[in-house]
Ligand binder design. Structure first.
Ligand code: C2E
Ligand code: MG
Ligand code: MG
Ligand code: MG
Length: 283
């Protein structure tokens, strides 16, 4: 189609493609080294009980601080890691690091880890996660795996057995970015999700209003009936917090509460909370 628009445009199109490809190759090669060079770290963002304000979960979010390129966003390098297969090693590393940090938290605080479809389909995926849990001595019931709808486009036996093996030992599953993809209710019906995370496009952005509010309300009602918890993502203002709480969400996550922070700050947030809790109990 580019060619039909004239020669110049075709060239422009090719140059952009090439630049993008070169950048991807670069990222791919450097990602393999980044792990060894200690350029990656895991940050943690709290997921908060909207009634009590207490932290119930921390979501692990990977960060890459590149010596020349600066901070690279996961949206930039996770897709490259998937394409190149590096995601398997990267994913195992992330789970292991995150589990180690979580083992230091109070036992009622859970850990959420994002998994990409390719990571799950790789051989030994479930074993890798069990190994990380065991080494960190983290109770499997304290782990929640966040997956997106794209995982279920094909009902593969590999995915099924992955979910089965981990569910059996108590690992929980959360459906991430709900409302952005195919959002078939069949996924909710067919898979053992304990949480549904409503995408932040329903909370903020140009299309938010009565319609998105009604959608959150409907999903919340459904979730409650099915014994699932609903999480609102991307809460940035108190108004948004109030709106999703009124619409029936029980948990929330977003910059209003906190950005993702390094492990020592996550531990500090928990310690502070504990302190406040004791103060309100005694005073
Ligand atoms: P996600 O799992 O939906 O994670 C939530 C993203 O929303 C995070 O971006 C987080 O920083 C951002 N966010 C949280 N609250 C707010 C808010 O109030 N406002 C706005 N504007 N953004 C908010 P991040 O860390 O850049 O990650 C982007 C995506 O990359 C994640 O989306 C997830 O799909 C993927 N990702 C991140 N870490 C990992 C990982 O360790 N493994 C895998 N496989 N994917 C990851
Ligand atoms: Mg997530
Ligand atoms: Mg999400
Ligand atoms: Mg996302």
């Amino acid at each position: 189609r580019a060619k039909a628009n004239g020669k110049n445009q075709a060239c422009f199109f090719d140059a952009t493609m090439t630049r993008e490809l070169v950048r991807r190759r670069e990222i791919e090669a450097e990602l393999r080294l980044a792990l060894q060079r200690d350029e990656l770290s895991i940050f943690f963002q709290p997921i908060v009980d909207l009634e009590t304000g207490r932290i119930r979960t921390f979501e692990a979010l990977v960060r890459w601080f590149h010596p020349e390129k600066g901070e690279l966003k996961p949206d930039e390098f996770i897709p490259v890691a998937e394409e190149s297969g590096v995601i398997v090693a990267l994913g195992n590393w992330i789970t292991a690091q995150a589990a180690r940090a979580a083992a230091q938290w109070p036992a009622d605080v859970t850990l959420a880890v994002n998994l990409s479809p390719l990571q799950i389909k790789a051989p030994g995926a479930a074993v890798g996660i069990l190994k990380a849990l065991k080494e960190a001595q983290l109770d499997p019931a304290r782990l929640e795996l966040e997956v997106t709808e794209s995982l279920f486009l094909e009902d593969s036996p590999v995915v099924r057995s992955f979910v089965e093996v981990l569910s059996k030992v108590g690992v929980q599953f959360a459906l991430d970015d709900f409302g952005t993809g195919y959002s078939s209710l069949a996924y909710i019906h067919n898979w053992p999700f304990s949480k549904i995370k409503v995408d932040r496009s329903f909370v903020s952005g140009p299309h938010v209003g009565r319609k998105s509010d009604a959608i959150i309300r409907a999903v919340s009602q459904m979730a409650a009936t099915l014994d699932m918890t609903i999480v609102a993502e991307g809460l940035e203002t108190i108004e948004q917090v109030q709106a999703v709480r009124d619409a029936g969400c029980t948990l929330g996550q977003g910059f209003y509460f906190s950005r993702a922070v390094p492990d020592y700050l996550a531990a500090m947030l928990l310690a502070q909370e504990h302190h406040t809790h004791i103060k309100t109990q005694t005073g």
